[in-house]
Design a protein. Structure first.
Length: 76
């Protein structure tokens, strides 16, 4: 959120990222890591439980990044 001051009025401008409440860069990183783990486990190993573990780990990472982002909004 950026705050602009024009003619004594304070205007707030929100980016799309802040409207949806999800940082795009961490989302892109988590998706890339998800696909990397998925394809790595699918093509380089024949163990399917590795795929399930990577999916669970990446879902946890997505929720952790959302929680951190919301905490940053609250504290800042």
């Amino acid at each position: 959120m950026r705050i602009y001051e024009r003619k004594g009025k304070i205007e707030f401008s929100y980016t799309l990222l802040e409207i949806y409440g999800f940082p795009i860069w961490s989302g892109i990183k988590s998706l890339l890591s998800f696909f990397f783990y998925f394809f790595f486990c699918a093509f380089c190993t024949s163990r399917f439980y590795d795929i399930e573990n990577s999916i669970r780990i990446n879902i946890d990472l997505i929720f952790i990044t959302i929680i951190r982002y919301e905490r940053n909004i609250v504290y800042n």
